[in-house]
Write a protein that binds this ligand. Sequence first.
Ligand SMILES: [Zn+2]
Length: 321
Amino acid sequence: MHPTSIIASMSTFVAVDIGGTHIRAAAYETDNLTSLTHKRTRSHAKEPGTFDRLVKVIESAWPEDRSVAAIGMASPGPLDPQTGVILATPNIPEWVNFPLTEKLSDHFGVPAYLDNDANLAALGEWKFGAGRGHHHVLYLTISTGIGGGVIINDRLLHGHHGLAAELGHVVVLAGGPTCSCGFDGHLEALAAGPAIVRYVREQLEAGTTSELSSVDTLNAYEVAEAAKRGDALARSAYKRAGEFLGIGVASFLHTFNPSIVIFGGGVSRSGSLLFEPFEASLRSHVFNPHYLDDLVITTAALDDDAGLLGALALAQMKQSN
Ligand SMILES: [Zn+2]
């Protein structure tokens, strides 16, 4: 290869992950997943000045000795990935119809690209993680909520306004418990961490005996630990979540026919507690067994860096288009 083409193929990107508690920024060279720089700051997203904190952390991660080709950013939605506008996000109340990429592009003098955190986690897993080599990917993150990302033919599914793949907000139990979004019976309200805790509380109040009755501040992790020690109520809470997850994912297989399903988020680290009932439920809810042929079901490989590496993948792909 001619030396100039080697230089031309190397670019530097700044990736940003705007999370609920921290904003992280890191600089990368093309396809090298070891960051050149990596900085983080507290988001304090409920307080004014989030944009200024964002700019500062990006400046601190900006590599001094190289020119940056583009900024890629992961943020909670809803947002419009085409225009780079944050429509409204519960985590950052001051950002309503906020033209984030335009403002950053003006400040730093390079193109800036934006997508929602779950979409970019899916993109990161597809390009650098558990989904490498797959062309049709379903990604679900299960923690305090359920987020989704779908890749079809090596492209993220966005929909008309960029609002597609909100997989936590599909109805799996009509008239079921109320979701964080205010609607009833969504997958998130039956299988995310708070749903598992809510079920345990309801059963305790109804008189079920369990070692968890002595725990003041319950969370999904403690329920998982009790389940591993054999607590029947804790096990039944995970079984129920896994069964509803199977109902939801069966519908996603019918809709998208992926070759891999990747689970991220804290609740997905509970192992067989969740995944045994999930897989049994999935098998009993697909209307044709061919949806399961060669289907890979696995956990995410990138962990906490999924949003950051997804933002890197986004910037790289936009620049190479
Ligand atoms: Zn919902």
